[in-house]
Design a protein around this ligand. Sequence first.
Ligand code: GLY
Length: 280
Amino acid sequence: MHKHFKYTTAITRGIAKSLPAEAQRMDHTVEPVSYEKAKSQKQSYVDILRNKLGLKVIELPTDETLPDCVFVEDVVVIIDNTALITKPGHVTRIGEGTEMECCLKTLGMNVVNMAEIDPLAAVDGGDVLFTGEEIFVGVGNRSNLAGYKVICDTFPSYAVNAIVVEDALHLKTSCSLAKPGVIMVSEENPRIQKMMKSLQDVATKNYRYISVDGNAIGSNCLFVDSEKLGPVTIHPSLKAYPLIKSAYDAIGGVTLIECDMSELSKVDGALTCCSVFISI
Ligand code: GLY
Protein backbone atom coordinates (compact mmCIF):
# COMPACT_ATOMS: atom_id res chain seq x y z
CA MET A 1 0.00 0.00 0.00
CA HIS A 2 2.75 2.44 0.97
CA LYS A 3 6.47 2.19 1.41
CA HIS A 4 6.20 3.61 4.93
CA PHE A 5 4.15 2.30 7.85
CA LYS A 6 4.87 -1.38 7.05
CA TYR A 7 6.27 -2.00 10.48
CA THR A 8 7.47 -5.20 12.06
CA THR A 9 8.09 -3.97 15.58
CA ALA A 10 6.52 -1.61 18.12
CA ILE A 11 8.32 -0.17 21.13
CA THR A 12 6.29 0.75 24.20
CA ARG A 13 7.07 1.39 27.86
CA GLY A 14 5.42 0.54 31.16
CA ILE A 15 3.42 3.09 33.16
CA ALA A 16 5.25 4.53 36.16
CA LYS A 17 3.34 4.31 39.46
CA SER A 18 4.27 7.98 39.84
CA LEU A 19 2.16 8.89 36.77
CA PRO A 20 -1.20 9.59 38.49
CA ALA A 21 0.32 12.08 40.94
CA GLU A 22 3.22 13.51 38.97
CA ALA A 23 2.68 13.30 35.20
CA GLN A 24 2.35 16.61 33.40
CA ARG A 25 -1.21 17.59 32.48
CA MET A 26 -2.84 20.54 30.74
CA ASP A 27 -6.01 20.50 32.83
CA HIS A 28 -5.63 20.06 36.57
CA THR A 29 -9.39 19.94 37.11
CA VAL A 30 -9.97 16.55 35.43
CA GLU A 31 -10.41 13.59 37.76
CA PRO A 32 -7.30 11.65 38.85
CA VAL A 33 -5.92 8.76 36.79
CA SER A 34 -6.60 5.25 38.12
CA TYR A 35 -3.24 3.49 37.81
CA GLU A 36 -4.87 0.05 37.58
CA LYS A 37 -7.33 1.12 34.88
CA ALA A 38 -4.61 2.89 32.89
CA LYS A 39 -2.46 -0.24 33.14
CA SER A 40 -5.28 -2.47 31.95
CA GLN A 41 -6.12 -0.16 28.99
CA LYS A 42 -2.44 0.00 28.06
CA GLN A 43 -2.26 -3.81 28.17
CA SER A 44 -5.21 -3.98 25.73
CA TYR A 45 -3.30 -1.57 23.45
CA VAL A 46 -0.22 -3.81 23.54
CA ASP A 47 -2.42 -6.88 22.93
CA ILE A 48 -3.84 -5.20 19.80
CA LEU A 49 -0.35 -4.46 18.47
CA ARG A 50 0.94 -7.93 19.26
CA ASN A 51 -2.04 -10.21 18.61
CA LYS A 52 -4.22 -8.40 16.08
CA LEU A 53 -1.53 -6.65 14.05
CA GLY A 54 1.09 -9.37 14.55
CA LEU A 55 3.86 -6.97 15.53
CA LYS A 56 6.77 -7.84 17.75
CA VAL A 57 6.37 -5.60 20.83
CA ILE A 58 9.40 -4.49 22.83
CA GLU A 59 8.39 -3.10 26.22
CA LEU A 60 11.01 -0.85 27.78
CA PRO A 61 11.23 -1.00 31.58
CA THR A 62 9.48 1.80 33.39
CA ASP A 63 11.32 4.39 35.49
CA GLU A 64 9.61 5.77 38.59
CA THR A 65 11.65 8.96 38.44
CA LEU A 66 10.13 9.73 35.01
CA PRO A 67 6.32 9.93 35.56
CA ASP A 68 5.54 10.51 31.84
CA CYS A 69 7.85 7.78 30.53
CA VAL A 70 4.98 5.69 29.08
CA PHE A 71 4.65 8.33 26.35
CA VAL A 72 7.53 6.99 24.25
CA GLU A 73 6.45 8.82 21.11
CA ASP A 74 7.85 12.05 22.55
CA VAL A 75 11.44 10.86 22.90
CA VAL A 76 12.21 9.77 19.36
CA VAL A 77 11.34 10.53 15.75
CA ILE A 78 11.88 7.51 13.52
CA ILE A 79 11.74 7.86 9.76
CA ASP A 80 13.21 5.26 7.42
CA ASN A 81 16.25 3.80 9.20
CA THR A 82 17.09 6.94 11.20
CA ALA A 83 16.03 7.51 14.79
CA LEU A 84 16.41 11.03 16.18
CA ILE A 85 16.41 10.94 19.97
CA THR A 86 14.75 14.21 20.91
CA LYS A 87 15.23 16.50 23.86
CA PRO A 88 11.72 16.73 25.35
CA GLY A 89 10.37 20.21 25.91
CA HIS A 90 9.41 19.84 29.57
CA VAL A 91 12.17 19.66 32.16
CA THR A 92 10.57 16.71 34.00
CA ARG A 93 10.77 14.63 30.81
CA ILE A 94 14.46 15.07 30.07
CA GLY A 95 16.17 11.70 30.43
CA GLU A 96 13.25 9.66 29.07
CA GLY A 97 15.15 9.05 25.81
CA THR A 98 18.12 7.20 27.32
CA GLU A 99 16.43 3.77 27.48
CA MET A 100 15.04 4.23 23.95
CA GLU A 101 18.46 5.23 22.59
CA CYS A 102 20.10 2.05 24.00
CA CYS A 103 17.31 -0.12 22.59
CA LEU A 104 17.47 1.38 19.09
CA LYS A 105 21.26 1.17 18.96
CA THR A 106 21.06 -2.50 19.96
CA LEU A 107 18.60 -3.02 17.11
CA GLY A 108 21.09 -1.54 14.64
CA MET A 109 19.23 1.69 13.82
CA ASN A 110 21.08 4.82 12.74
CA VAL A 111 20.64 6.79 15.97
CA VAL A 112 21.18 10.58 16.17
CA ASN A 113 20.91 12.54 19.42
CA MET A 114 19.34 16.02 19.19
CA ALA A 115 20.98 17.32 22.38
CA GLU A 116 24.43 16.58 20.92
CA ILE A 117 23.61 18.53 17.74
CA ASP A 118 22.09 21.59 19.44
CA PRO A 119 21.77 21.80 23.21
CA LEU A 120 19.09 24.50 22.83
CA ALA A 121 16.87 22.37 20.59
CA ALA A 122 13.69 20.84 22.02
CA VAL A 123 11.12 18.59 20.37
CA ASP A 124 8.42 16.30 21.72
CA GLY A 125 7.69 13.59 19.16
CA GLY A 126 3.99 14.33 19.70
CA ASP A 127 4.65 17.49 17.71
CA VAL A 128 5.92 15.57 14.69
CA LEU A 129 3.44 14.36 12.10
CA PHE A 130 5.03 12.28 9.33
CA THR A 131 2.66 11.59 6.44
CA GLY A 132 5.00 9.36 4.47
CA GLU A 133 5.65 12.27 2.12
CA GLU A 134 6.46 15.23 4.34
CA ILE A 135 6.88 16.20 7.97
CA PHE A 136 4.91 18.73 10.02
CA VAL A 137 6.46 19.99 13.26
CA GLY A 138 4.40 21.81 15.86
CA VAL A 139 6.40 24.59 17.50
CA GLY A 140 5.58 26.95 20.33
CA ASN A 141 4.59 24.85 23.30
CA ARG A 142 6.94 21.87 23.85
CA SER A 143 9.01 22.10 20.67
CA ASN A 144 11.08 25.04 19.46
CA LEU A 145 12.50 26.35 16.19
CA ALA A 146 15.98 25.02 16.97
CA GLY A 147 14.41 21.56 17.28
CA TYR A 148 12.57 22.07 14.00
CA LYS A 149 15.93 22.89 12.34
CA VAL A 150 17.50 19.68 13.69
CA ILE A 151 14.60 17.74 12.16
CA CYS A 152 15.17 19.48 8.80
CA ASP A 153 18.86 18.53 8.90
CA THR A 154 18.28 14.96 10.07
CA PHE A 155 15.66 14.10 7.45
CA PRO A 156 16.83 16.06 4.36
CA SER A 157 14.82 13.94 1.90
CA TYR A 158 11.52 15.36 3.18
CA ALA A 159 9.86 18.76 3.21
CA VAL A 160 9.53 19.87 6.84
CA ASN A 161 6.83 22.43 7.72
CA ALA A 162 6.64 24.29 11.03
CA ILE A 163 3.14 24.85 12.46
CA VAL A 164 2.53 27.15 15.43
CA VAL A 165 0.88 25.19 18.25
CA GLU A 166 -1.54 27.19 20.36
CA ASP A 167 -3.96 25.98 22.98
CA ALA A 168 -2.85 22.36 22.64
CA LEU A 169 -0.12 20.24 24.18
CA HIS A 170 1.19 18.92 20.88
CA LEU A 171 0.43 19.15 17.17
CA LYS A 172 -0.82 15.55 17.21
CA THR A 173 -3.20 16.37 20.05
CA SER A 174 -5.26 17.93 17.26
CA CYS A 175 -4.47 15.89 14.14
CA SER A 176 -2.99 12.61 12.99
CA LEU A 177 -2.60 10.40 9.96
CA ALA A 178 -5.76 8.30 9.51
CA LYS A 179 -4.11 6.55 6.55
CA PRO A 180 -1.65 7.74 3.87
CA GLY A 181 -3.19 10.77 2.17
CA VAL A 182 -5.84 11.30 4.86
CA ILE A 183 -5.34 13.53 7.90
CA MET A 184 -7.81 13.53 10.76
CA VAL A 185 -8.17 17.05 12.20
CA SER A 186 -9.87 18.47 15.23
CA GLU A 187 -11.98 21.63 15.12
CA GLU A 188 -12.34 21.81 18.88
CA ASN A 189 -12.07 25.59 19.21
CA PRO A 190 -11.12 28.61 17.05
CA ARG A 191 -7.42 28.51 17.98
CA ILE A 192 -7.15 24.86 17.01
CA GLN A 193 -9.10 25.56 13.83
CA LYS A 194 -6.48 28.24 13.04
CA MET A 195 -3.66 25.76 13.67
CA MET A 196 -5.30 23.17 11.40
CA LYS A 197 -5.88 25.80 8.70
CA SER A 198 -2.18 26.72 8.76
CA LEU A 199 -1.28 23.04 8.39
CA GLN A 200 -3.49 22.83 5.32
CA ASP A 201 -1.99 26.05 3.93
CA VAL A 202 1.64 24.91 4.17
CA ALA A 203 1.16 21.26 3.14
CA THR A 204 3.09 20.52 -0.03
CA LYS A 205 0.91 17.51 -0.93
CA ASN A 206 -2.80 17.17 -1.45
CA TYR A 207 -4.38 15.43 1.52
CA ARG A 208 -7.95 14.70 2.32
CA TYR A 209 -8.82 16.22 5.70
CA ILE A 210 -11.50 14.60 7.83
CA SER A 211 -12.81 16.80 10.56
CA VAL A 212 -13.66 15.49 14.00
CA ASP A 213 -16.16 17.70 15.73
CA GLY A 214 -16.33 17.69 19.51
CA ASN A 215 -13.55 16.14 21.53
CA ALA A 216 -10.01 16.56 20.13
CA ILE A 217 -8.91 13.17 21.42
CA GLY A 218 -10.82 11.65 18.52
CA SER A 219 -8.43 13.24 16.05
CA ASN A 220 -5.56 11.14 17.34
CA CYS A 221 -5.54 7.76 15.66
CA LEU A 222 -2.77 5.35 14.82
CA PHE A 223 -2.16 3.99 11.32
CA VAL A 224 -0.11 0.82 10.71
CA ASP A 225 0.10 -1.20 7.50
CA SER A 226 0.32 -4.55 9.25
CA GLU A 227 1.41 -7.81 7.69
CA LYS A 228 -1.38 -9.73 9.44
CA LEU A 229 -4.39 -7.45 8.76
CA GLY A 230 -3.15 -5.03 6.08
CA PRO A 231 -3.88 -1.31 6.66
CA VAL A 232 -5.26 -0.70 10.14
CA THR A 233 -6.37 2.49 11.87
CA ILE A 234 -6.59 2.20 15.62
CA HIS A 235 -8.98 4.78 17.04
CA PRO A 236 -10.31 5.73 20.48
CA SER A 237 -13.56 4.25 21.68
CA LEU A 238 -16.62 5.30 19.70
CA LYS A 239 -18.60 4.67 22.88
CA ALA A 240 -16.55 7.26 24.72
CA TYR A 241 -16.46 9.73 21.83
CA PRO A 242 -19.71 9.13 19.87
CA LEU A 243 -19.52 12.38 17.92
CA ILE A 244 -16.54 11.16 15.94
CA LYS A 245 -18.21 8.03 14.54
CA SER A 246 -19.04 9.59 11.17
CA ALA A 247 -15.44 10.80 10.80
CA TYR A 248 -14.10 7.31 11.31
CA ASP A 249 -16.75 5.86 9.01
CA ALA A 250 -15.43 8.22 6.32
CA ILE A 251 -11.87 6.88 6.31
CA GLY A 252 -12.52 3.71 4.27
CA GLY A 253 -10.03 1.12 3.01
CA VAL A 254 -8.67 0.27 6.43
CA THR A 255 -9.63 -2.09 9.21
CA LEU A 256 -10.78 0.04 12.15
CA ILE A 257 -9.82 -1.24 15.58
CA GLU A 258 -11.14 0.44 18.68
CA CYS A 259 -8.83 1.04 21.64
CA ASP A 260 -9.96 2.95 24.70
CA MET A 261 -7.11 4.87 26.33
CA SER A 262 -9.37 7.28 28.19
CA GLU A 263 -7.48 6.90 31.47
CA LEU A 264 -4.15 8.13 30.05
CA SER A 265 -6.00 10.88 28.19
CA LYS A 266 -6.50 12.53 31.61
CA VAL A 267 -2.76 13.30 31.48
CA ASP A 268 -2.94 14.21 27.79
CA GLY A 269 -1.91 10.81 26.48
CA ALA A 270 -3.42 9.77 23.16
CA LEU A 271 -3.09 6.65 21.02
CA THR A 272 0.04 7.68 19.15
CA CYS A 273 1.81 8.70 22.38
CA CYS A 274 2.31 5.18 23.69
CA SER A 275 4.31 3.55 20.89
CA VAL A 276 6.88 4.04 18.18
CA PHE A 277 7.41 1.71 15.23
CA ILE A 278 10.29 0.33 13.23
CA SER A 279 10.78 -2.10 10.36
CA ILE A 280 13.72 -4.41 10.99
N1 GLY B 1 1.55 14.12 30.12
C1 GLY B 1 2.18 14.23 28.87
C2 GLY B 1 3.00 15.46 28.77
O1 GLY B 1 2.63 16.46 29.32
O2 GLY B 1 4.03 15.48 28.18
